[in-house]
Design a protein around this ligand. Structure first.
Ligand code: ATP
Length: 240
């Protein structure tokens, strides 16, 4: 499909020197979908996200977005086309205020004041806590609130496709549920989502489809129901 928010990764291979981090990875996100990417630490999920975002070049394969080839484009151009990444580890500026962090998220894409203010309004509507604390330092918030801020900052670029790399890393189960609920609401506004998660069971509750990555290769794909019912997925990622 080439509709808004459609991503196609085809036969992508990435190396770090001799080490093959991704091997012939092919994956699709259709417009409006939440697609979950499951995999253990070091499987290659972050490498795939960085490659889609233009932070890492593949040695072979193609990445297209809304029907256009974006392989090897730089990160600013990929964001400009509507793909925003919320990186693992959040990458916030802890000393800056929450609002400053959000405004920085808009910097590449929206320099006009009205656009930035509209973006802030949208983010504050989604996360009222960020409005309440907008003048506080980002680093003063809890881990869950910082994750909300990181997602809000990515949304400031007005993405049609949001790449969420382990948004629930290190968060308490209740906060994990909140992050996933917000992800569902963002998707309900029409934004496609590619979500890397180790909380497989919780992530599959909101996903339409998913893939499993092991040692740099995709080993399984299926619908939400198929993955939830798959014995290998259940024993490796759900712990039952
Ligand atoms: P995590 O959940 O730990 O982030 P991941 O599935 O996202 O895991 P990646 O971070 O993509 O995995 O890493 C995949 C493999 O590539 C790992 O073996 C990692 O050690 C290796 N790797 C990642 N970045 C580099 C790099 N810059 N140079 C060399 N090897 C790297």
């Amino acid at each position: 499909s080439s509709g808004q928010g459609a991503l196609q990764v085809q036969d992508v291979t990435v190396r770090y020197g001799e080490f093959v981090a991704l091997r012939n990875v092919s994956l699709t996100v259709n417009p409006g979908e939440i697609v979950v990417l499951l995999g253990a630490n070091g499987a290659g999920k972050s490498t795939l996200f960085r490659t889609i975002s233009g932070l890492q070049r593949p040695v072979s394969g193609t990445i297209s977005y809304n029907g256009e080839n974006i392989t090897g484009r730089d990160a600013a151009e990929v964001i400009g086309r509507g793909v925003a990444q919320c990186a693992e580890g959040r990458m916030l500026f802890p000393e800056l205020s929450i609002q400053k962090n959000l405004i920085l998220g808009a910097f590449i894409h929206r320099r006009d004041k009205n656009g930035v203010n509209r973006g802030l309004e949208e983010v504050y509507e989604l996360f009222p806590i960020l409005r309440d604390k907008r003048h506080d330092a980002a680093g003063s918030m809890s881990g869950g609130q910082q994750q909300m801020l990181a997602i809000g900052r990515a949304l400031m670029a007005r993405p049609q496709l949001l790449l969420l790399d382990e948004p629930s890393l290190g968060l308490a189960p209740l906060v994990v549920e909140q992050v996933l609920e917000v992800t569902r609401r963002i998707n309900a506004t029409g934004t496609s989502v590619l979500l890397a998660e180790q909380n497989a069971y919780a992530a599959l509750q909101i996903a339409h489809r998913g893939y499993v990555m092991e040692n740099g290769a995709l080993t399984l794909e299926g619908s939400q129901a198929a993955l939830l019912g798959n014995d290998a997925v259940r024993s490796a990622y759900i712990g039952v």
